[in-house]
Design a binder for this molecule. Structure first.
Ligand SMILES: NC(=O)c1ccc[n+]([C@@H]2O[C@H](COP(=O)([O-])OP(=O)(O)OC[C@H]3O[C@@H](n4cnc5c(N)ncnc54)[C@H](OP(=O)(O)O)[C@@H]3O)[C@@H](O)[C@H]2O)c1
Length: 217
């Protein structure tokens, strides 16, 4: 398939490389054409990888991945263009973290809204699925880095879009048992607020980790 990956950071590069390795074609989007990180990534990733603007990536992708800095995600998606996102699955991995005062970042979410919802409201014709925002980039595309089953969440209003994203997650190595469909896009509030704990666990462990949700009989 053709993917547009918005974002040139660790997540964009890690997801982009995994998609290319799986045989997909990827255009990585940046705010500026010729972004050094995007061009270097595309050169290293090979013939199925290209670098472009946010618009280029959104036009190219049959599926679009939002891997941009959360404080700038709406701006990045506006640059990508609502018309270029309409009808497409938009995999939203972003977190509304504010690093302006250093680490740990402020987490600008609440129990009454989420970045996933703000994106869905701003782009009503996109089929937003929030996922993977609770997981380190390396583990997103290679869950086997952590032994045993562990959990990844899905939130979104469109069941078919969530099915598409589940299949994508399976291609990354996640199992059906790992994938927990929380419900509509309002359920993104929980995984986004969990990130407050995630950044502290990162400080404690300093290595790969994830949570596993265990339910009773
Ligand atoms: N790092 C992880 O392991 C991890 C795990 C889970 C979730 N996340 C989330 O995934 C997203 C990407 O994280 P990351 O660490 O890969 O990279 P990042 O540094 O958070 O984001 C880099 C991307 O955001 C764009 N960007 C930065 N400021 C912007 C602004 N004001 N307006 C529009 N776009 C802007 C950059 O554009 P240019 O290309 O033009 O510079 C770049 O493409 C974030 O929302 C993060 O919270 C990260």
């Amino acid at each position: 398939m053709r993917f547009g990956v918005l974002g040139t950071g660790t997540v964009g590069q890690t997801i982009g490389t995994r998609l290319v390795d799986l045989g997909h074609e990827v255009t990585m989007g940046s705010r500026h054409a010729g972004n050094e990180k995007a061009v270097a990534w595309a050169t290293a990733a090979g013939g199925r990888a290209r670098a472009g603007t946010m618009t280029d990536a959104a036009v190219f992708g049959e599926i679009v991945v939002n891997a941009t800095y959360g404080m700038g995600s709406l701006e990045a998606l506006e640059a990508a263009g609502a018309a270029n996102l309409a009808g497409k699955v938009l995999v939203d991995i972003s977190n509304a973290l504010d690093f302006s005062a250093g680490f740990p970042p402020a987490i600008l979410n609440s129990s009454t809204d989420s970045l996933g919802e703000r994106i869905q409201r701003a782009f009503p014709d996109a089929r937003v699925v929030k996922t993977l925002n609770t997981i380190n980039a390396d583990v997103m595309v290679n869950p086997g880095l952590i032994p045993g089953g562990h959990s990844v969440f899905l939130s979104g209003n469109d069941p078919a879009a969530k099915q598409t994203v589940s299949e994508l997650l399976r291609s990354f190595g996640w199992t059906d048992e790992d994938v927990i469909d929380l419900g509509d896009i309002t359920t993104a509030r929980g995984p986004e607020m969990y990130v407050a704990l995630w950044v502290r666990l990162l400080g404690t462990f300093g290595t790969h980790f994830n949570i596993r949700v265990v339910k009773g009989a």
